[in-house]
Design a protein around this ligand. Structure first.
Ligand code: IMP
Length: 176
């Protein structure tokens, strides 16, 4: 397969500094509390693993997988639960960790699903946010970076299953 280096939008160092700050804020907000971190697969797996290392609180980790249908660079109007968490979150502090909020549909659907299970609190950490496309009201408690309406890849985010392993956030250019 041909090698290709996408142009960087956010560097490894910028990501690392931002995650350090988010970790400190979460640690402070959950003083004397435990939390259940829910990593939204697959896109958030790298962000989540780096973030929990910076949270100085007892954390238990869960994974969830949702899929939305549409063409590869646009979200559709349907979200399906592909894999659920195994923990009972009733009465617990929950932190959902997502890669990117675009239209907000995925995270809104997930938040609604979690609220039905009666957790004590539900907060959201998202590495990226594209405000231009937002269609659903979403409150991001811990945001990494706000970005323009560009399709981004790397650091867990994919295009057609590729580029997740890039250590930085890159832009998908036409023709690549
Ligand atoms: P939403 O439901 O429209 O907010 O879309 C959220 C999901 O779409 C994310 O969890 C990603 O999987 C995917 N997505 C949206 N924008 C991008 C992007 O620029 N790059 C990679 N995936 C994206």
């Amino acid at each position: 397969m041909e090698m290709y280096t996408p142009e960087a939008l956010i560097t490894e160092e910028e990501i690392s500094l931002r995650i350090e700050a988010l970790g400190k804020a979460i640690t402070k907000d959950f003083e004397n509390e435990d939390l259940i971190v829910i990593c939204v697969l697959k896109g958030a797996f790298i962000f989540c693993s780096d973030l929990i290392k910076k949270i100085n609180r007892p954390v238990s980790l869960e994974f969830i997988s949702l899929s939305s249908y549409g063409d590869s660079t646009n979200s559709s109007g349907n979200v399906r639960l592909e894999m659920d968490i195994t923990a009972n979150i009733e009465g617990k502090n929950v932190l959902i960790v997502e890669d990117i909020v675009d239209t907000g549909l995925t995270i809104k659907t997930l938040m609604d699903m979690m609220h039905v299970r009666k957790p004590k609190t539900v907060k959201l950490a998202s590495l990226l946010f594209k405000p231009v496309k937002l269609k659903h009201k979403v409150n991001i408690d811990y945001l990494g970076f706000e970005i323009e309406d560009k399709f981004v890849i790397g650091y867990g985010l994919d295009y057609a299953g590729r580029y997740r392993e890039l250590p930085y956030i890159g832009m998908l250019n036409a023709g690549n």
